[in-house]
Design a protein around this ligand. Sequence first.
Ligand code: 13P
Ligand code: SF4
Length: 317
Amino acid sequence: MSQDSHFFAEAIQKLKKEKGAVVLAHFYQTADIQDVADYVGDSLGLALKAKQSDAQMIAFAGVHFMAETAKILKPEAKVVLPDMEASCSLAEAAPPDKFKAFVDRHPGHKVISYVNATAYVKTLSDMVCTSSNAVDVVNSFPKDQKLLFAPDKNLGAWINKKTGRNMVLYDGTCEVHDILSTERILTMKVENPEAPLIAHPECQPQVLEAADFVGSTTMLLDFTVNSKAKEFIVATETGIIHQMKKKSPEKKFFIVPADETCACNDCRFMKMNTMEKLYRCMKDEKPQIILDRETIEKARVPIERMLHISKKLIPGQ
Ligand code: 13P
Ligand code: SF4
């Protein structure tokens, strides 16, 4: 940890006590932010932690839609985000007018939205899902129910395959996972024949086809802990490697690059957050997520339905 990170880590710990705050961080945050957090998790785990928290302030080290979900589930808490610009290419792919037009074009369909979407999209959805519970969420609908899935077409196609459904897919992608190099993956598999390929379901279909295991960030992490393998080829964002190494220091992790020249599998939105910005948002209590009551009430319904279905995934919620 650099001197600066150390300085801010101490200041953040002090602020937590002074403000009655909790720091929630996603696995794609930088290592120093993960280490100062009270909880590090995937979208589902973070939503649940926010809901169960009795903190007055939730400092959300993640991206905007995650902090918004925390606010919807815990409206009485101040939810602050280190950088309001920390968006997500999937959330941006579904602006209100385009998403409403997609829904209106498909009467008679129920709407399932991936949690990586704005609060507005959630207000028009019958159910929300994350990459942890997507298959269970879809299976909770009768087989003959017509379904729309938005905004991630890769995740949607993967669920269609797993469930035998034919959901109509919105045309959105994650700009990080969608460009991971299939060529590099095949070479890495040849070079490391003992290493299972593990992939996030936002990757393209041919990557998921080649993968030995597909799952959310938490599921990928658990796989590396529980597997007997000593090496892993990891097709997701780089931040997850910090926890993988922490939990299994004796194992090796090879991250799949987008190509030889760029660090494109660092999510530029996730990496907008820094220790300094985290400290400042807690100290200044801004920027804060503000949502009107009607949006909170409407968006909460499909999220709560998802949490109900996820009970078997996270006992004790
Ligand atoms: P998880 O819910 O699997 O952590 O995914 C969130 C995300 O943004 C993946 O790109
Ligand atoms: Fe969005 Fe992709 Fe970044 Fe996840 S990795 S926050 S899906 S842009």
